[in-house]
Ligand binder design. Structure first.
Ligand code: C2O
Length: 600
Protein backbone atom coordinates (compact mmCIF):
# COMPACT_ATOMS: atom_id res chain seq x y z
CA UNK A 1 0.00 0.00 0.00
CA UNK A 2 1.25 3.45 -0.75
CA UNK A 3 1.26 6.31 1.64
CA UNK A 4 -2.18 7.67 2.36
CA UNK A 5 -2.82 11.35 2.15
CA UNK A 6 -3.63 11.29 5.81
CA UNK A 7 -0.37 9.79 6.93
CA UNK A 8 1.46 12.12 4.64
CA UNK A 9 -0.32 15.06 6.15
CA UNK A 10 0.42 13.90 9.66
CA UNK A 11 4.04 13.51 8.79
CA UNK A 12 4.32 16.92 7.34
CA UNK A 13 2.83 18.53 10.39
CA UNK A 14 5.17 16.71 12.74
CA UNK A 15 8.13 18.98 12.53
CA UNK A 16 11.35 17.59 13.88
CA UNK A 17 12.33 20.81 15.46
CA UNK A 18 14.92 21.84 17.90
CA UNK A 19 18.55 21.49 17.94
CA UNK A 20 18.96 22.06 21.68
CA UNK A 21 19.28 25.78 21.85
CA UNK A 22 22.77 27.02 22.08
CA UNK A 23 24.21 23.56 22.17
CA UNK A 24 26.28 24.11 19.10
CA UNK A 25 27.90 27.12 20.67
CA UNK A 26 28.76 25.57 24.01
CA UNK A 27 31.97 24.03 22.70
CA UNK A 28 31.60 20.84 24.68
CA UNK A 29 33.26 18.93 21.92
CA UNK A 30 36.94 18.25 21.36
CA UNK A 31 38.89 21.27 20.35
CA UNK A 32 39.54 20.67 16.73
CA UNK A 33 42.91 21.47 15.34
CA UNK A 34 42.97 23.46 12.15
CA UNK A 35 42.26 21.25 9.18
CA UNK A 36 45.41 20.36 7.33
CA UNK A 37 43.72 21.10 4.06
CA UNK A 38 40.41 22.67 3.24
CA UNK A 39 38.89 19.27 2.68
CA UNK A 40 40.25 17.38 5.62
CA UNK A 41 38.92 17.26 9.10
CA UNK A 42 41.08 16.89 12.09
CA UNK A 43 39.26 15.04 14.78
CA UNK A 44 42.19 14.68 17.10
CA UNK A 45 41.58 16.46 20.32
CA UNK A 46 44.40 18.40 21.77
CA UNK A 47 43.38 17.33 25.25
CA UNK A 48 44.91 14.27 26.74
CA UNK A 49 42.79 13.77 29.82
CA UNK A 50 39.09 13.24 29.64
CA UNK A 51 36.67 14.38 32.23
CA UNK A 52 33.09 13.64 32.97
CA UNK A 53 32.06 17.21 33.53
CA UNK A 54 31.02 17.82 29.96
CA UNK A 55 28.83 14.80 29.94
CA UNK A 56 27.07 15.64 33.15
CA UNK A 57 26.16 19.15 32.21
CA UNK A 58 24.99 17.94 28.89
CA UNK A 59 22.77 15.20 30.25
CA UNK A 60 21.08 17.44 32.71
CA UNK A 61 20.52 19.92 29.97
CA UNK A 62 18.67 17.28 28.04
CA UNK A 63 16.72 16.23 31.09
CA UNK A 64 15.49 19.76 31.69
CA UNK A 65 14.18 19.88 28.22
CA UNK A 66 12.45 16.56 28.37
CA UNK A 67 8.98 18.02 28.25
CA UNK A 68 9.84 19.62 25.01
CA UNK A 69 11.45 16.52 23.66
CA UNK A 70 8.52 14.23 24.20
CA UNK A 71 6.47 13.72 21.14
CA UNK A 72 8.79 15.44 18.75
CA UNK A 73 10.08 13.57 15.80
CA UNK A 74 8.40 12.47 12.65
CA UNK A 75 5.21 10.56 13.10
CA UNK A 76 5.55 8.80 9.84
CA UNK A 77 7.93 6.19 11.22
CA UNK A 78 5.51 5.34 13.98
CA UNK A 79 2.37 4.81 12.00
CA UNK A 80 2.83 1.06 11.75
CA UNK A 81 3.05 0.55 15.46
CA UNK A 82 1.95 3.07 17.98
CA UNK A 83 1.52 6.77 18.20
CA UNK A 84 4.41 8.74 19.54
CA UNK A 85 2.32 9.71 22.56
CA UNK A 86 2.40 6.26 24.12
CA UNK A 87 5.73 5.19 22.66
CA UNK A 88 8.75 4.45 24.79
CA UNK A 89 12.46 3.99 24.31
CA UNK A 90 13.88 0.55 23.65
CA UNK A 91 14.82 -1.29 26.80
CA UNK A 92 17.46 -3.95 27.28
CA UNK A 93 16.18 -7.50 27.77
CA UNK A 94 15.44 -8.89 31.22
CA UNK A 95 18.74 -10.60 31.95
CA UNK A 96 17.28 -12.62 34.82
CA UNK A 97 14.72 -14.22 32.59
CA UNK A 98 16.82 -16.89 30.95
CA UNK A 99 14.05 -17.56 28.46
CA UNK A 100 14.41 -14.02 27.13
CA UNK A 101 17.32 -15.27 25.06
CA UNK A 102 16.96 -18.12 22.60
CA UNK A 103 19.03 -19.69 19.88
CA UNK A 104 19.70 -17.11 17.19
CA UNK A 105 18.32 -17.50 13.71
CA UNK A 106 20.10 -17.44 10.42
CA UNK A 107 18.76 -19.61 7.66
CA UNK A 108 21.88 -20.25 5.80
CA UNK A 109 24.21 -21.02 8.61
CA UNK A 110 21.81 -23.53 10.12
CA UNK A 111 21.32 -25.44 6.95
CA UNK A 112 24.77 -25.23 5.49
CA UNK A 113 26.97 -25.60 8.53
CA UNK A 114 25.59 -28.64 10.36
CA UNK A 115 27.16 -29.33 13.69
CA UNK A 116 28.36 -25.79 14.23
CA UNK A 117 27.14 -23.92 17.24
CA UNK A 118 27.49 -20.48 15.78
CA UNK A 119 23.94 -19.59 16.66
CA UNK A 120 24.11 -20.26 20.35
CA UNK A 121 24.72 -16.61 21.10
CA UNK A 122 23.15 -15.91 24.49
CA UNK A 123 25.76 -14.18 26.63
CA UNK A 124 26.38 -15.80 29.97
CA UNK A 125 25.53 -12.89 32.25
CA UNK A 126 26.63 -13.94 35.68
CA UNK A 127 24.90 -13.51 38.97
CA UNK A 128 21.46 -14.39 40.12
CA UNK A 129 19.94 -11.90 39.85
CA UNK A 130 22.30 -10.22 37.39
CA UNK A 131 23.48 -6.89 38.74
CA UNK A 132 23.21 -4.21 36.12
CA UNK A 133 25.02 -0.98 36.93
CA UNK A 134 24.83 2.39 35.33
CA UNK A 135 27.98 2.79 33.31
CA UNK A 136 30.55 5.12 34.73
CA UNK A 137 32.38 6.64 31.81
CA UNK A 138 36.15 6.27 32.07
CA UNK A 139 38.56 9.03 32.91
CA UNK A 140 41.59 7.81 31.07
CA UNK A 141 44.19 8.96 28.65
CA UNK A 142 42.79 9.74 25.24
CA UNK A 143 42.91 6.79 22.86
CA UNK A 144 43.66 7.74 19.29
CA UNK A 145 42.25 5.48 16.58
CA UNK A 146 44.50 5.53 13.53
CA UNK A 147 44.02 4.40 9.94
CA UNK A 148 44.81 0.72 9.38
CA UNK A 149 47.10 1.52 6.46
CA UNK A 150 49.15 3.64 8.83
CA UNK A 151 49.46 1.29 11.79
CA UNK A 152 50.58 -1.37 9.30
CA UNK A 153 53.95 0.36 9.46
CA UNK A 154 54.04 0.56 13.22
CA UNK A 155 55.39 -2.73 14.56
CA UNK A 156 55.11 -1.64 18.18
CA UNK A 157 51.42 -0.94 17.81
CA UNK A 158 50.82 -4.07 15.75
CA UNK A 159 52.47 -6.24 18.37
CA UNK A 160 50.21 -4.81 21.02
CA UNK A 161 47.11 -5.27 18.92
CA UNK A 162 47.98 -8.85 18.06
CA UNK A 163 48.95 -9.63 21.63
CA UNK A 164 45.64 -8.27 22.92
CA UNK A 165 43.59 -10.33 20.47
CA UNK A 166 45.75 -13.37 21.15
CA UNK A 167 45.01 -13.03 24.85
CA UNK A 168 41.32 -12.55 24.19
CA UNK A 169 41.26 -15.76 22.19
CA UNK A 170 43.11 -17.57 24.95
CA UNK A 171 40.56 -16.82 27.67
CA UNK A 172 38.27 -19.63 28.82
CA UNK A 173 35.43 -20.24 26.35
CA UNK A 174 32.79 -18.93 28.70
CA UNK A 175 34.71 -15.87 29.87
CA UNK A 176 32.70 -12.76 28.96
CA UNK A 177 35.82 -11.20 27.43
CA UNK A 178 36.61 -14.26 25.35
CA UNK A 179 36.98 -13.35 21.67
CA UNK A 180 34.10 -15.53 20.57
CA UNK A 181 31.89 -14.51 23.51
CA UNK A 182 32.40 -10.92 22.43
CA UNK A 183 31.44 -11.86 18.88
CA UNK A 184 28.28 -13.45 20.24
CA UNK A 185 27.20 -10.16 21.74
CA UNK A 186 26.76 -8.94 18.19
CA UNK A 187 24.95 -12.11 17.16
CA UNK A 188 22.61 -11.95 20.16
CA UNK A 189 21.39 -8.47 19.33
CA UNK A 190 21.21 -8.94 15.59
CA UNK A 191 19.81 -12.38 15.03
CA UNK A 192 16.68 -12.62 17.12
CA UNK A 193 18.26 -14.19 20.18
CA UNK A 194 16.78 -11.50 22.42
CA UNK A 195 13.17 -10.50 22.41
CA UNK A 196 11.26 -7.59 23.86
CA UNK A 197 8.36 -8.03 26.25
CA UNK A 198 5.86 -8.35 23.44
CA UNK A 199 7.94 -11.04 21.77
CA UNK A 200 9.34 -8.80 19.06
CA UNK A 201 13.07 -9.34 18.53
CA UNK A 202 15.61 -6.77 19.64
CA UNK A 203 17.58 -5.70 16.61
CA UNK A 204 20.39 -3.17 16.52
CA UNK A 205 20.52 -2.75 12.74
CA UNK A 206 18.24 -1.04 10.23
CA UNK A 207 17.32 1.88 12.43
CA UNK A 208 18.39 4.99 14.34
CA UNK A 209 20.15 2.92 17.03
CA UNK A 210 22.59 1.32 14.58
CA UNK A 211 25.32 3.93 15.04
CA UNK A 212 24.98 4.49 18.81
CA UNK A 213 24.86 0.76 19.64
CA UNK A 214 27.95 0.00 17.59
CA UNK A 215 29.79 2.97 19.12
CA UNK A 216 29.28 1.41 22.55
CA UNK A 217 30.11 -2.07 21.35
CA UNK A 218 33.49 -0.92 20.02
CA UNK A 219 34.18 1.14 23.11
CA UNK A 220 33.85 -1.81 25.46
CA UNK A 221 35.71 -4.09 23.09
CA UNK A 222 38.58 -1.64 22.82
CA UNK A 223 38.82 -1.21 26.58
CA UNK A 224 38.85 -4.94 27.13
CA UNK A 225 41.68 -5.32 24.61
CA UNK A 226 43.58 -2.52 26.36
CA UNK A 227 43.03 -4.11 29.74
CA UNK A 228 44.36 -7.46 28.53
CA UNK A 229 47.69 -5.86 27.60
CA UNK A 230 47.56 -3.37 30.44
CA UNK A 231 47.57 -0.38 28.12
CA UNK A 232 45.07 2.39 28.78
CA UNK A 233 45.92 4.07 25.49
CA UNK A 234 45.23 1.10 23.25
CA UNK A 235 42.92 2.05 20.40
CA UNK A 236 41.41 0.05 17.56
CA UNK A 237 42.58 0.92 14.05
CA UNK A 238 40.07 2.21 11.53
CA UNK A 239 39.55 0.95 8.01
CA UNK A 240 39.95 4.17 6.09
CA UNK A 241 37.81 2.88 3.21
CA UNK A 242 36.95 6.42 2.20
CA UNK A 243 40.43 7.50 1.27
CA UNK A 244 43.36 6.58 -0.97
CA UNK A 245 45.16 3.38 -0.07
CA UNK A 246 42.62 2.75 2.65
CA UNK A 247 40.21 1.68 -0.04
CA UNK A 248 41.46 -1.90 -0.18
CA UNK A 249 41.21 -4.67 2.40
CA UNK A 250 43.62 -3.60 5.18
CA UNK A 251 46.82 -5.62 4.90
CA UNK A 252 47.15 -5.94 8.67
CA UNK A 253 44.44 -8.61 8.57
CA UNK A 254 46.01 -10.70 5.83
CA UNK A 255 48.97 -12.33 7.57
CA UNK A 256 47.85 -15.93 7.96
CA UNK A 257 49.92 -16.43 11.10
CA UNK A 258 48.38 -13.50 12.94
CA UNK A 259 45.62 -13.72 15.56
CA UNK A 260 43.69 -11.07 13.64
CA UNK A 261 43.64 -13.21 10.50
CA UNK A 262 40.45 -14.95 9.43
CA UNK A 263 40.26 -17.45 6.62
CA UNK A 264 36.58 -17.02 5.79
CA UNK A 265 36.87 -14.09 3.45
CA UNK A 266 36.68 -13.46 -0.24
CA UNK A 267 40.32 -13.75 -1.21
CA UNK A 268 39.59 -12.31 -4.64
CA UNK A 269 39.19 -9.07 -2.75
CA UNK A 270 42.68 -8.96 -1.37
CA UNK A 271 44.69 -5.91 -2.42
CA UNK A 272 44.98 -4.44 -4.96
CA UNK A 273 41.22 -5.02 -5.38
CA UNK A 274 39.42 -1.76 -4.67
CA UNK A 275 36.40 -1.84 -2.35
CA UNK A 276 33.11 -1.56 -4.22
CA UNK A 277 30.43 0.24 -2.20
CA UNK A 278 27.91 -1.23 -4.62
CA UNK A 279 29.11 -4.79 -4.34
CA UNK A 280 26.54 -7.56 -4.41
CA UNK A 281 28.50 -10.82 -4.85
CA UNK A 282 29.22 -10.09 -8.45
CA UNK A 283 32.21 -8.00 -9.31
CA UNK A 284 32.15 -5.46 -12.03
CA UNK A 285 28.42 -4.89 -11.97
CA UNK A 286 29.13 -1.24 -11.67
CA UNK A 287 31.35 -1.73 -14.71
CA UNK A 288 34.00 0.34 -13.01
CA UNK A 289 37.56 -0.33 -11.99
CA UNK A 290 40.52 1.47 -10.55
CA UNK A 291 40.20 5.25 -10.33
CA UNK A 292 36.68 5.25 -11.70
CA UNK A 293 35.56 2.89 -8.95
CA UNK A 294 37.30 5.02 -6.32
CA UNK A 295 35.53 8.07 -7.65
CA UNK A 296 32.19 6.30 -7.73
CA UNK A 297 32.60 5.18 -4.12
CA UNK A 298 33.50 8.66 -2.95
CA UNK A 299 30.62 10.17 -4.84
CA UNK A 300 28.25 7.72 -3.15
CA UNK A 301 29.59 8.79 0.24
CA UNK A 302 29.41 12.46 -0.68
CA UNK A 303 25.78 12.04 -1.67
CA UNK A 304 25.02 10.13 1.51
CA UNK A 305 26.23 13.09 3.52
CA UNK A 306 24.60 15.68 1.34
CA UNK A 307 21.13 14.14 1.56
CA UNK A 308 21.59 13.06 5.15
CA UNK A 309 22.73 16.35 6.69
CA UNK A 310 19.34 18.13 6.51
CA UNK A 311 17.28 14.99 7.19
CA UNK A 312 19.01 12.68 9.68
CA UNK A 313 16.75 9.68 9.18
CA UNK A 314 18.23 9.27 5.71
CA UNK A 315 21.68 8.97 7.24
CA UNK A 316 20.90 7.25 10.53
CA UNK A 317 17.92 5.04 9.69
CA UNK A 318 14.31 5.08 10.78
CA UNK A 319 12.91 5.57 14.24
CA UNK A 320 12.32 2.41 16.24
CA UNK A 321 10.61 2.40 19.63
CA UNK A 322 9.87 -0.12 22.34
CA UNK A 323 7.90 -3.04 21.02
CA UNK A 324 8.81 -2.37 17.42
CA UNK A 325 11.08 -4.42 15.27
CA UNK A 326 13.85 -2.74 13.37
CA UNK A 327 14.00 -5.36 10.69
CA UNK A 328 11.05 -5.40 8.49
CA UNK A 329 9.24 -2.16 8.28
CA UNK A 330 12.08 0.27 8.84
CA UNK A 331 14.29 1.99 6.35
CA UNK A 332 17.99 1.76 6.96
CA UNK A 333 20.25 4.78 6.56
CA UNK A 334 22.58 5.01 3.58
CA UNK A 335 25.74 4.90 5.69
CA UNK A 336 24.49 1.55 6.96
CA UNK A 337 23.73 0.44 3.39
CA UNK A 338 27.32 1.17 2.35
CA UNK A 339 28.53 -0.67 5.43
CA UNK A 340 26.34 -3.64 4.53
CA UNK A 341 27.97 -3.79 1.11
CA UNK A 342 31.37 -3.92 2.80
CA UNK A 343 30.19 -6.86 4.88
CA UNK A 344 29.22 -8.57 1.60
CA UNK A 345 32.54 -7.62 0.05
CA UNK A 346 34.71 -9.10 2.81
CA UNK A 347 32.70 -12.26 3.46
CA UNK A 348 32.99 -15.31 1.22
CA UNK A 349 31.28 -15.05 -2.14
CA UNK A 350 29.68 -18.43 -1.80
CA UNK A 351 26.84 -18.93 0.61
CA UNK A 352 26.79 -19.03 3.58
CA UNK A 353 28.65 -15.78 3.63
CA UNK A 354 30.26 -16.29 7.00
CA UNK A 355 31.99 -14.69 8.80
CA UNK A 356 31.70 -11.06 7.72
CA UNK A 357 28.83 -11.68 5.35
CA UNK A 358 26.38 -12.47 8.12
CA UNK A 359 25.60 -10.52 11.28
CA UNK A 360 25.47 -13.76 13.28
CA UNK A 361 29.16 -14.33 12.69
CA UNK A 362 30.61 -11.00 11.55
CA UNK A 363 32.34 -10.09 14.80
CA UNK A 364 34.32 -13.35 14.68
CA UNK A 365 36.53 -11.56 12.18
CA UNK A 366 38.71 -8.78 13.63
CA UNK A 367 38.25 -6.78 10.47
CA UNK A 368 34.68 -6.16 11.69
CA UNK A 369 35.92 -3.79 14.39
CA UNK A 370 38.13 -1.99 11.92
CA UNK A 371 35.21 -1.50 9.54
CA UNK A 372 33.00 -0.24 12.35
CA UNK A 373 35.67 2.06 13.65
CA UNK A 374 35.49 3.92 10.35
CA UNK A 375 31.71 3.82 10.25
CA UNK A 376 31.83 5.44 13.70
CA UNK A 377 34.37 7.99 12.47
CA UNK A 378 32.11 8.88 9.56
CA UNK A 379 29.25 9.34 11.99
CA UNK A 380 31.43 11.67 14.05
CA UNK A 381 32.31 13.68 10.93
CA UNK A 382 28.59 13.88 10.19
CA UNK A 383 27.86 15.03 13.74
CA UNK A 384 30.56 17.66 13.53
CA UNK A 385 29.14 18.90 10.25
CA UNK A 386 25.81 19.31 12.02
CA UNK A 387 27.46 21.24 14.83
CA UNK A 388 26.68 18.35 17.14
CA UNK A 389 22.94 18.90 17.00
CA UNK A 390 21.00 15.87 18.10
CA UNK A 391 19.92 13.87 15.10
CA UNK A 392 16.59 13.24 16.79
CA UNK A 393 15.26 15.27 19.67
CA UNK A 394 13.15 12.38 20.74
CA UNK A 395 13.36 10.71 24.11
CA UNK A 396 12.66 7.35 22.54
CA UNK A 397 16.01 7.67 20.82
CA UNK A 398 17.94 9.54 23.50
CA UNK A 399 16.87 7.14 26.23
CA UNK A 400 17.12 3.90 24.30
CA UNK A 401 19.08 1.69 26.66
CA UNK A 402 21.59 -1.09 25.96
CA UNK A 403 23.58 -3.47 28.15
CA UNK A 404 27.20 -4.53 27.78
CA UNK A 405 29.95 -6.23 29.71
CA UNK A 406 32.56 -3.69 30.60
CA UNK A 407 36.27 -4.17 31.13
CA UNK A 408 35.66 -4.68 34.83
CA UNK A 409 33.51 -7.72 34.13
CA UNK A 410 30.40 -5.88 35.14
CA UNK A 411 27.14 -5.68 33.30
CA UNK A 412 26.46 -2.03 32.62
CA UNK A 413 23.66 -0.14 31.00
CA UNK A 414 24.10 2.81 28.71
CA UNK A 415 21.86 5.17 26.78
CA UNK A 416 21.96 6.67 23.32
CA UNK A 417 22.15 10.22 24.66
CA UNK A 418 25.48 9.54 26.35
CA UNK A 419 26.94 8.15 23.16
CA UNK A 420 26.52 11.50 21.43
CA UNK A 421 29.48 13.17 23.06
CA UNK A 422 32.60 11.35 21.95
CA UNK A 423 34.49 13.01 24.82
CA UNK A 424 32.65 10.74 27.20
CA UNK A 425 34.50 7.78 25.81
CA UNK A 426 38.02 9.19 25.78
CA UNK A 427 38.84 8.23 22.25
CA UNK A 428 39.26 10.17 19.07
CA UNK A 429 40.27 9.69 15.45
CA UNK A 430 43.51 10.67 13.87
CA UNK A 431 42.60 12.73 10.85
CA UNK A 432 42.59 11.42 7.34
CA UNK A 433 41.58 13.59 4.39
CA UNK A 434 37.90 13.66 3.49
CA UNK A 435 37.89 14.98 -0.07
CA UNK A 436 34.42 13.54 -0.65
CA UNK A 437 32.87 15.77 1.97
CA UNK A 438 32.44 18.70 -0.33
CA UNK A 439 32.51 18.78 -4.07
CA UNK A 440 34.36 16.11 -5.92
CA UNK A 441 35.95 17.01 -9.21
CA UNK A 442 33.42 16.24 -11.89
CA UNK A 443 34.32 13.13 -13.78
CA UNK A 444 34.13 13.42 -17.49
CA UNK A 445 30.83 11.91 -18.43
CA UNK A 446 31.16 8.80 -20.45
CA UNK A 447 29.41 9.19 -23.76
CA UNK A 448 25.96 7.82 -23.26
CA UNK A 449 25.46 4.43 -24.79
CA UNK A 450 23.61 4.54 -28.05
CA UNK A 451 20.33 2.71 -28.06
CA UNK A 452 16.63 2.89 -28.46
CA UNK A 453 14.42 5.19 -26.50
CA UNK A 454 11.78 3.17 -24.72
CA UNK A 455 8.35 4.19 -23.63
CA UNK A 456 7.74 4.14 -19.87
CA UNK A 457 4.62 4.33 -17.71
CA UNK A 458 3.77 4.85 -14.10
CA UNK A 459 4.43 2.09 -11.58
CA UNK A 460 0.83 0.95 -11.47
CA UNK A 461 -1.21 -0.03 -8.46
CA UNK A 462 -0.18 -3.63 -7.84
CA UNK A 463 3.12 -4.99 -6.54
CA UNK A 464 5.78 -5.75 -9.11
CA UNK A 465 8.55 -8.31 -9.04
CA UNK A 466 11.96 -6.81 -9.48
CA UNK A 467 13.13 -9.69 -11.66
CA UNK A 468 14.57 -7.35 -14.24
CA UNK A 469 15.34 -3.66 -14.48
CA UNK A 470 12.17 -1.64 -13.89
CA UNK A 471 11.85 1.85 -15.30
CA UNK A 472 8.88 3.98 -14.32
CA UNK A 473 7.68 7.54 -14.49
CA UNK A 474 7.18 9.37 -11.21
CA UNK A 475 5.36 12.61 -10.64
CA UNK A 476 7.07 14.96 -8.21
CA UNK A 477 5.10 16.80 -5.53
CA UNK A 478 6.58 20.08 -6.70
CA UNK A 479 8.98 21.11 -9.43
CA UNK A 480 11.40 24.03 -9.62
CA UNK A 481 11.69 24.38 -5.87
CA UNK A 482 13.46 27.48 -4.62
CA UNK A 483 16.57 27.42 -2.45
CA UNK A 484 14.45 28.18 0.61
CA UNK A 485 11.99 25.44 -0.17
CA UNK A 486 14.82 22.94 -0.50
CA UNK A 487 16.24 24.09 2.78
CA UNK A 488 12.91 23.54 4.50
CA UNK A 489 11.99 20.24 2.89
CA UNK A 490 13.85 17.31 1.41
CA UNK A 491 12.52 15.51 -1.60
CA UNK A 492 12.46 11.83 -0.76
CA UNK A 493 11.84 8.72 -2.77
CA UNK A 494 9.82 6.20 -0.78
CA UNK A 495 9.80 2.63 -1.94
CA UNK A 496 7.38 0.58 0.08
CA UNK A 497 5.84 -2.84 0.29
CA UNK A 498 9.26 -4.38 -0.25
CA UNK A 499 9.09 -8.16 0.00
CA UNK A 500 12.03 -10.47 -0.31
CA UNK A 501 10.39 -13.50 -1.80
CA UNK A 502 12.99 -16.15 -2.33
CA UNK A 503 16.54 -15.40 -1.36
CA UNK A 504 18.68 -14.89 1.67
CA UNK A 505 20.24 -11.57 0.95
CA UNK A 506 18.98 -8.70 -1.11
CA UNK A 507 20.21 -5.66 -2.93
CA UNK A 508 18.82 -3.35 -5.55
CA UNK A 509 20.15 -0.03 -6.79
CA UNK A 510 18.19 3.10 -7.56
CA UNK A 511 18.82 5.64 -10.31
CA UNK A 512 16.94 8.73 -11.47
CA UNK A 513 17.08 10.70 -14.65
CA UNK A 514 15.13 13.15 -16.73
CA UNK A 515 12.58 11.76 -19.14
CA UNK A 516 13.05 12.26 -22.81
CA UNK A 517 9.87 13.98 -23.86
CA UNK A 518 6.95 13.15 -21.60
CA UNK A 519 7.19 9.38 -21.42
CA UNK A 520 10.41 8.13 -22.91
CA UNK A 521 13.53 6.77 -21.26
CA UNK A 522 16.99 6.94 -22.76
CA UNK A 523 19.25 3.89 -22.97
CA UNK A 524 21.15 4.90 -19.83
CA UNK A 525 20.20 4.04 -16.25
CA UNK A 526 20.67 7.62 -15.19
CA UNK A 527 22.15 8.96 -11.96
CA UNK A 528 22.81 6.71 -9.01
CA UNK A 529 20.82 7.61 -5.89
CA UNK A 530 21.38 4.83 -3.38
CA UNK A 531 20.74 1.19 -2.56
CA UNK A 532 18.61 -1.18 -0.57
CA UNK A 533 21.05 -3.68 0.95
CA UNK A 534 20.10 -6.39 3.40
CA UNK A 535 22.22 -9.11 4.90
CA UNK A 536 20.75 -12.60 5.16
CA UNK A 537 19.17 -12.53 8.61
CA UNK A 538 17.16 -9.38 7.99
CA UNK A 539 15.73 -11.04 4.94
CA UNK A 540 14.86 -14.18 6.82
CA UNK A 541 12.90 -12.21 9.37
CA UNK A 542 11.02 -10.44 6.63
CA UNK A 543 10.12 -13.69 4.94
CA UNK A 544 9.10 -15.51 8.09
CA UNK A 545 6.75 -12.80 9.21
CA UNK A 546 5.38 -11.90 5.85
CA UNK A 547 6.41 -8.35 6.64
CA UNK A 548 7.01 -5.76 4.03
CA UNK A 549 9.83 -3.32 4.20
CA UNK A 550 10.18 0.26 3.17
CA UNK A 551 13.07 2.29 2.09
CA UNK A 552 13.80 5.99 1.64
CA UNK A 553 16.35 7.88 -0.40
CA UNK A 554 17.01 11.58 -0.67
CA UNK A 555 16.61 13.06 -4.14
CA UNK A 556 17.11 16.78 -3.58
CA UNK A 557 20.81 16.85 -4.43
CA UNK A 558 20.75 14.46 -7.33
CA UNK A 559 17.94 16.32 -9.07
CA UNK A 560 19.66 19.63 -8.55
CA UNK A 561 23.11 18.51 -9.64
CA UNK A 562 21.83 16.89 -12.78
CA UNK A 563 19.56 19.72 -13.74
CA UNK A 564 16.38 17.74 -13.36
CA UNK A 565 14.88 20.16 -10.82
CA UNK A 566 12.57 21.77 -13.34
CA UNK A 567 11.01 18.51 -14.44
CA UNK A 568 7.48 17.70 -13.38
CA UNK A 569 8.08 14.01 -13.88
CA UNK A 570 11.21 11.96 -13.47
CA UNK A 571 12.41 8.58 -14.59
CA UNK A 572 13.10 6.05 -11.87
CA UNK A 573 15.23 2.99 -12.66
CA UNK A 574 15.40 0.09 -10.22
CA UNK A 575 18.20 -2.38 -10.85
CA UNK A 576 18.04 -5.78 -9.09
CA UNK A 577 21.48 -6.91 -7.92
CA UNK A 578 21.00 -9.92 -5.71
CA UNK A 579 17.97 -11.66 -4.27
CA UNK A 580 14.37 -11.90 -5.34
CA UNK A 581 12.50 -8.78 -4.42
CA UNK A 582 8.96 -7.55 -4.99
CA UNK A 583 8.05 -3.90 -4.65
CA UNK A 584 4.65 -2.59 -3.60
CA UNK A 585 4.88 1.00 -4.72
CA UNK A 586 7.05 4.04 -5.26
CA UNK A 587 6.35 7.69 -4.54
CA UNK A 588 8.12 11.00 -4.15
CA UNK A 589 7.34 12.99 -1.01
CA UNK A 590 8.51 16.10 0.74
CA UNK A 591 9.88 15.59 4.23
CA UNK A 592 10.38 18.34 6.76
CA UNK A 593 14.09 19.00 7.33
CA UNK A 594 15.74 19.54 10.65
CA UNK A 595 15.80 23.27 9.98
CA UNK A 596 17.00 24.30 13.40
CA UNK A 597 20.31 22.59 12.98
CA UNK A 598 22.69 24.77 11.03
CA UNK A 599 24.92 22.33 9.24
CA UNK A 600 27.71 23.12 6.89
CU1 C2O B 1 26.33 -4.91 13.51
CU2 C2O B 1 28.58 -4.20 10.63
O1 C2O B 1 27.18 -4.72 11.83
Amino acid sequence: MGLTTQSLASFLSATTSACPLGYSTTSKQPKLAAPSSPTSLNLVSTRVRCSLKDEQSRSSFLMDRRDMLVGLGGLYGATEGMLAANAAPLEPPDLDDKSACVRATENNIETKCPGTDLLNCCPDYRGNPVTVKNYDFPKTTLRVRKPAQKVANDPVYMNKYKMAVHKMKGLPDDHPWNYYQQAKVHCAFCNEAYHQENGVPLQVHNSWIFLPWHRYYLHFYERILGKLIDDETFALPYWNFDYGDGMTMPTIFLDTTSPIYNERRDMDHYPPAVVDYKYAYTDGDSGLEGDDLVHENLDYLRRTFKEGLPLPELFMGDRVRAGEEADATKSLGQLEAIHNALHFWVGPKESPHIDMGSFATAARDSIFFCLHSNVDRLWEIYRRRRNYCNEFNDKDWLESTFVFYDENKEVVKVQVKDSLNINNFCYTYEASPTPWLDALPKKKLKTKPKGQLVQVKEFGSGPRALDRVIQVVLTRPKKSRSKEEKKAMSEVLLIDGIEVTDSNEARFDVYVDALVGSDRAGPDKGNFVGSFVRLPEAVKAMKAKGKKGQFKLGLTGVLEENEIEDAEKILLTLVPRVGKVTIGGVSVLLFQNDVNCPYG
